[in-house]
Design a protein around this ligand. Structure first.
Ligand code: ADP
Ligand code: MG
Length: 708
């Protein structure tokens, strides 16, 4: 498939470029520098804010007799025996004695230099975890140093590192960066956190804590020094989003005044819809109408559970825009989804637009050039009042005449650069109004932090007549019963989805697996049943063909990988089977499940799981899956998913290039988040320079990304 290339972010926002130290001509950055850059360490402050993930206590030497199995300890002892054996494999076995007892040290991989260091008679300082064994105490691969050197007076930090960057090197670089960094306070004392640790003290302490503190409190971030950093980090995030919001307030968008005459497209569309709007759809529609009528660009997230009817809301917003004489663009992340929108909207809108000499245009990367050129021409002339498509909508060749509203479905699948590109399509120094849609409801804390720059509308009501989906957990060995269930549904003229698991990163393997599953099912269900296959690797035409046949009920069972996750709408499908459900995230399962229960028939979702696959699927996995069976509430599921998997899942590409919160935890630090939310506007008003300094310090050049 001919997918347009993802636009590169503007060069100025590449932190690696922006903050690189000047290099003498002809020399590139050293290997170490390159590795440091890779983990985001460029400016002195980046080093200072690069905090240890754990600590080692090398400040004390203990006696062997006081160490029990499982203890980690540092001893000083004399080597009494040292030999290399080859059974069962090559290893160095050393016995040391510290006067209180002896301990065996074992090394499978060792250098000659280590062997020399551990020669009989040598006095060494050894640090490792004690294991019990036939021969008494043992340590596997302990750290060995010469004995007698001065003991450090602080805990030793251990930083997260990458291949090619050894821990001691990283430690040295961080220490140097920390020493150089300017760490003056940015949060004015009179509005700041009362009683909190000063930033400088907190950072110095967290890199090199005194040995009297609880390592556990350091490692679980509950120590007061951590509170200071979490608060600062949350504040930076709030400030940058508030800045973005204020910056937007200086921009202008076309004012799309609503008309409610009987001739208006909006009115006509409402009349042709085969259903009345839900209360939630009406309310959200009014919120959007209000935004569109202002010259402040709308920046609204429309969230609603799968099946809550976001498409209609989008269509009505588009109608408002077209009524005001402007163009609207609707962009979806996949071709299948875009095609579904297209099919639906064209059915509703095309006849109405035709009366006005307007039309709906379709843009996708897989289009033939001739067709595409025709579409582009229609967009440029303004004849295409509504433009629907994939990323192709933002490709350079597409020029709108008067774009006023951009709608992005499944917004978290798009990157910042792509949203920016769409915004730039308005031209004339105007910004389009932006409506982003998401079926993954965003938990409150996340909305408050990452989405603080957005207005949020929620469809909290499903259209009437939906039958609740019954979710069942079924162990893999009861697969036969599931096949019977499928037969039963098919006998009633219903259709079935069968979702294959993500097995590997490799799509080729997933495809093979899905292909085999299709064949297996086709064999079991007999010739009368058509089993189709849908996979992201298939050519677009094939995908569209199988989707069309599934929609027309010519294909009865659709075997697919997770490409059907978003947006697919076939009301006659009443059963979904998800294989290896334990491998999916909760929100993902919920989205998948939302493909059924769209028609009048009682619907079910079967979560097939492998109870004891190599011992991997334990109680927690089962508990997670049980949560799916217990609740159909997308918000509740999203909340549990956030607890289990952290915010990455929800943010997706939105934050690509921008940091996730490194220190603060949205669940645990809700109070600090509230504090940051209250402080941010005060600080921006009363101390704008300090606010800017704070944002620069924490986000550096990445702050740009947050503004999109
Ligand atoms: P989603 O929010 O997941 O994108 P859709 O917009 O695809 O949901 O809507 C799901 C289904 O519900 C579609 O078939 C749509 O036509 C239908 N629908 C939307 N709104 C209503 C309504 N108010 N009453 C009845 N059916 C509706
Ligand atoms: Mg949708």
């Amino acid at each position: 498939m001919n997918v347009p290339r993802k636009p590169k972010p503007p060069a100025a926002t590449d932190p690696a470029q922006a903050a690189a130290k000047p290099q003498p001509p002809g020399t590139g950055p050293s290997l170490v520098q390159r590795a440091l850059r890779k983990i985001g360490l460029l400016r002195d402050i980046d080093f200072a804010l690069y905090l240890p993930m754990r600590y080692e206590d090398e400040t004390r030497v203990v006696r062997l007799v006081d160490l029990y199995e499982g203890d980690v300890g540092q001893i000083e002892a004399v080597v009494t025996e040292s030999e290399v054996t080859f059974r069962p494999r090559r290893q160095l076995i050393v016995t040391v004695d510290d006067g209180s007892d002896t301990c065996q040290l074992r090394f499978f991989n060792f250098y000659p230099s280590q062997q020399k260091q551990l020669a009989v008679g040598a006095r060494v300082r050894v640090r490792g975890e004690v294991r019990g064994g036939f021969v008494g105490r043992q340590m596997m691969h302990p750290t060995v140093k010469a004995a007698g050197t001065v003991l450090p007076d602080a805990l030793t930090p251990v930083y997260s590192t990458i291949a090619g960057l050894a821990q001691p090197v990283l430690r040295r670089e961080v220490r140097a960066g920390l020493a150089r960094a300017v760490l003056d306070e940015t949060v004015p004392a009179q509005i700041g956190l009362r009683g909190a640790w000063p930033l400088r003290d907190a950072l110095n302490f967290l890199h090199y804590p005194t040995p009297d503190v609880s390592i556990a409190a350091l490692e679980d971030h509950s120590h007061p020094a951590w509170q200071r950093l979490k608060a600062e980090e949350l504040l930076a995030q709030q400030l940058s989003q508030l800045q973005a919001r204020r910056e937007r307030a200086t921009q202008r968008a076309p004012m799309l005044r609503p008309t409610d005459s009987s001739e208006a497209l909006h009115t006509r569309l409402l009349a042709v819809l085969p259903f009345g709007l839900t209360g939630a759809q009406q309310r959200v529609g009014e919120e959007i109408t209000h935004d569109l009528a202002c010259d402040l660009p709308m920046h609204r997230l429309l969230q609603g559970d799968v099946g809550s009817g976001k498409t209609v809301v989008a269509a009505l917003a588009a109608a408002r825009c077209i009524d005001a004489g402007f163009q609207c663009a609707l962009m979806a992340p996949t071709e299948i989804l875009a095609a579904q929108h297209f099919g639906k909207l064209i059915g509703w809108l095309d006849p109405l637009l035709a009366e006005r000499g307007l039309r709906v245009a379709w843009l996708t990367g897989s289009q033939k050039k001739k067709e595409r050129d025709a579409m582009n021409a229609a967009v440029e002339s303004g004849e295409a009042a509504l433009v629907i498509g994939t990323h192709a909508v933002i490709s350079e060749k597409v020029r709108f005449k008067r774009l006023a509203l951009a709608i992005i479905d499944e917004q978290h699948r798009f990157g910042v650069a792509q949203r920016l590109a769409l915004r730039e399509k308005a031209g004339d120094g105007l910004e389009p109004h932006l409506l982003m849609m998401s079926a993954t409801p965003i938990p409150r804390t996340l909305a408050m932090s990452y989405y603080a720059d957005l207005d949020v509308s929620t469809l909290d009501e499903l259209p009437p007549g939906r039958t609740p989906i019954v979710t069942k957990l079924v162990a893999e060995h009861r697969r036969d019963e599931v096949i019977d269930r499928i037969r039963h549904q098919l006998a009633q003229g219903r259709q079935v989805y069968w979702v294959c698991p993500l097995i590997e990163e490799s799509e080729a393997v997933d495809l093979r697996n899905a292909t085999e599953t299709r064949e297996e099912l086709a064999g079991m269900l007999g010739d009368a049943v058509q089993v189709g296959l849908l996979h992201s690797r298939m050519p677009t035409a094939e995908k569209q063909d199988v989707m069309a046949r599934f929609t027309a009920n010519e294909v009865h069972v659709l075997v697919s990988t997770t490409v059907i996750e978003v947006g697919v709408d076939v009301p006659n499908a009443s059963l979904m089977v998800i294989e290896h459900a334990e491998r999916f995230g909760l929100s993902q399962l919920h989205q998948l499940r939302g493909r059924v229960g769209r028609g009048a028939a009682a619907s079910a979702c079967v979560l097939l799981y492998a109870p004891n696959e190599g011992g991997r699927v334990g109680e927690t996995a089962r508990a997670r899956l049980k949560a799916m069976a217990e609740t159909g509430d997308g918000f509740e599921i999203a909340r549990r998913d956030l607890d289990i998997r952290g915010p990455g899942e929800f943010l997706g590409a939105r934050q690509s290039g921008a940091p996730l919160l490194r220190f603060a935890d949205l669940t645990e630090d809700a109070l600090l988040l509230e504090w940051a939310r209250e402080l941010a506007p005060k600080m921006l008003d009363q101390h704008p320079e300090l606010a800017q300094k704070h944002v620069d310090r924490w986000l550096g050049s990445k702050a740009e990304y947050l503004k999109a």
